[in-house]
Design a protein around this ligand. Structure first.
Ligand code: M6R
Length: 617
């Protein structure tokens, strides 16, 4: 939530900041702002709305300069207006600051600062931080760096910040705790951003700042760059420079009208990438290095707890079904936000699997920390390389889905499920719970997944057509059994988050315990009926809906006749192994949600009120 970007060097800063803001806009789009140093002052321009609104606003402004910071906001404290937009000045415009995170004790600090004569112009916690730094700097007559240290030692909460000063325009100070921050090291220049996307086209050398670290990025009078990192206790840190592996074209729409559609269409390739090197076609087996290296931990596990939020939690549920079915290890799946606050019982011989696309979700990160504190072994399944959860985990597997920019998670879900299925198979194999022939059969089916997804994608025009008449429906119900139950939840989440249509996912049999009361001729019911094990049961559930005049849209296996005959509309998908079925069956659900939202004129990539990474509680 909120994206920050900063630059100090010799290039014109404005285009670098604007391009960076566009790349980070998925993190929040309530307002955007920049601060550029020129003509001996810090010039802040900010605007409510999107980055493009800011671009329009600054058209006639002097944005020359080579040092600056910029911010795109997802509002937490204070409504999304111009006053509350970042950057924020200190009292006399000597400092400017951008912030991603939440300062929890800002009210107490604000009261104290008001007593000391400070005036506030916004309702934000961020303005309190910049005023605090400035107050400490002026009242104690210390350097800006020391003031930043002292101020950050007083704040409670999460932050990634960048601070500029009128007095020292040849340096920018950045710091983080709980919110992500990556520094790019170029030739005679530094970049800093919430993720690597604003940096990747300039340099592939990066440093991921650790919690409670502060970096001073400066240029000498002769233009020599210098980076000094210390922690809050003033201990010097040696930066660990890492190579960035990110493809620039993965950050563009490449001809698609929306990132979401592009990401849906990328799934044949992302599935290939997430399986690559982990399944062996010749031996028909799986090998997940994270599991092999920590085999003992997994084999001795009393149970596995999977934590995640939103779509990642849904993937975790699919993982639970597969791990219990194949490896016979008890699994619990928890919302990270509940897990972290409900005083859970965690045993040292538990394995906690944290699932997160961004690797930055605040609740999931906190759950990881609690699990580690209690001695559990933590395995991270993340997409963003070098992200906080990936780094905080004891071991893990990356999803290799490439950058996901659309706020609605699509390719990350199928990659998460793929990795969890590999994990289930690897554990079953290590525990000798699976017959060689069954393992081989599933591995072969995994190889076929990309091609089968391609076949479903060819049905896109048909899917767009089917959902046309439901564009203005006010409610949707999604039903599934077994592996298709988490998928029903995921289908409903996709629809509600991008089209603003109320949708609920249910295990099909639960319908009789309440939701059936909602069914009438106006209610579209999406039924995922690809299971073979409980096919007859789902047929009965469909009949119950039909008897109440509900309208059925079914996702069925090719060649299905019974469910098709009962449905108003059906979408056929290729058959696969039960544990892999969600990876194929979710494609029509993603496309349905996409087309309904587009037909309604919604902004599918940046739905209202949402942000891609939820880095605050
Ligand atoms: O980055 P994470 O996977 O940890 O994010 C978790 C959720 O915020 C995310 O899946 C969210 O629910 C998506 N918008 C769903 O499409």
């Amino acid at each position: 939530m909120c994206g920050i970007v900063a630059y100090i060097g010799k290039q014109p800063v404005f285009p670098i900041l604007m391009k960076g803001l566009h790349r980070l806009e998925y993190r929040g789009y309530d307002s955007a702002g920049i601060c550029i140093y020129n003509h001996n002052r810090l010039n802040i321009y900010k605007k409510r709305g999107k980055v493009s609104d800011l671009e329009e606003f600054v058209k006639d402004k002097d944005v020359s300069g080579t040092v600056g910071i910029a911010h795109t906001r997802w509002a937490t404290h204070g409504e999304p207006n111009q006053h509350n937009a970042h950057p924020h000045y200190s009292q006399f415009e000597d400092l400017a600051l951008i912030h991603n995170g939440i300062i929890e004790n800002y009210q107490t600090l604000k009261k104290e600062l008001i007593k000391q004569g400070r005036t506030f112009y916004s309702e934000t916690d961020t303005e309190v931080l910049v005023q605090l730094i400035d107050y400490i700097r002026v009242s104690s007559r210390i350097s800006l760096t020391e003031a930043v240290h002292q101020a950050l030692s007083q704040v409670v909460g999460a932050y990634a910040v960048a601070v500029m000063s009128k007095e020292s325009p040849r340096s920018i100070i950045v710091a983080r705790k709980g919110s992500p921050l990556v520094i790019g090291i170029g030739k005679d220049e530094f970049f800093a951003a919430s993720d690597a996307s604003p940096i990747v086209e300039y340099t592939n050398e990066v440093v991921y700042l650790e919690d409670e670290e502060i970096a001073v990025l400066s240029l000498s009078a002769k233009g020599k760059p210098k980076m000094e990192i210390t922690n809050l206790k003033n201990v010097k840190k040696v930066p660990l420079i890492q190579k960035l592996e990110m493809n620039l074209s993965s950050l563009e729409k490449n001809g698609y009208p929306h990132f979401m559609l592009k990401e849906i269409y990328e799934q044949p390739q992302t599935i290939r990438d997430s399986l690559s090197g982990r399944i062996n076609m010749e031996l028909n087996t799986v090998a997940l290095s994270g599991v092999i290296d920590h085999k003992e931990k997994f084999l001795k596990a009393r149970r596995i707890i999977i934590v995640g939020c939103g779509t990642s939690w849904h993937a975790g549920l699919v993982g639970e079904y597969a791990i219990e079915e194949l490896a016979r290890i008890p699994v619990e799946v928890e919302y990270a936000s509940e897990f972290r606050y409900r005083n859970p019982i965690i045993y040292p011989d538990d394995v906690v699997i944290a699932v997160s696309q961004s690797g930055e979700t605040a609740d999931t990160l906190a759950a990881v920390k609690i699990a580690k504190k209690n001695g559990a072994f933590v395995y991270g399944i993340c997409n963003v390389v070098g992200s906080s959860i990936a780094r905080a985990s004891d071991s893990g597997s990356y999803m290799h889905a490439g950058p996901e920019i659309g706020v609605a998670s699509t390719k990350a879900f199928t990659a998460q499920v793929s990795v969890l299925m590999l994990l289930a198979l690897a554990l079953a194999k290590e525990k000798k719970m699976i017959k060689k022939s069954s393992l081989e059969q599933i591995v072969r089916a995994m190889y076929e997944l990309p091609e089968k997804i391609e076949q479903v994608l060819k049905k896109d025009p048909q899917i767009a057509d089917v959902v046309k008449i439901f564009t203005y429906s006010r409610n949707f119900l999604y039903l599934g059994r077994g592996y298709n139950y988490p998928l029903a939840l995921e289908g409903a989440l996709k629809l509600k988050e991008i089209s603003y249509i109320h949708a609920e996912g249910y295990p099909a049999a639960e319908m009789k315990h309440g939701p059936i009361a909602l069914i009438d001729a106006e209610m579209p019911v999406v039924v995922i009926a690809t299971n073979r094990g409980n096919y007859e049961k789902i047929v009965s559930n469909i009949q119950e809906v039909k008897a109440r005049k509900g309208r059925i849209i079914s996702i069925v296996n090719e060649g299905d006749t019974e469910v098709k005959a009962l449905s108003d509309f059906s979408i056929e998908i290729p058959r696969t192994e039960a544990i892999l079925s969600t990876i194929i069956a979710c494609i029509p659900l993603q496309l349905m949600a996409y087309h309904i939202a587009v037909q309604k004129g919604c902004n599918v990539d940046q739905p209202r009120n949402l942000a891609k990474s939820v880095t605050v509680e």
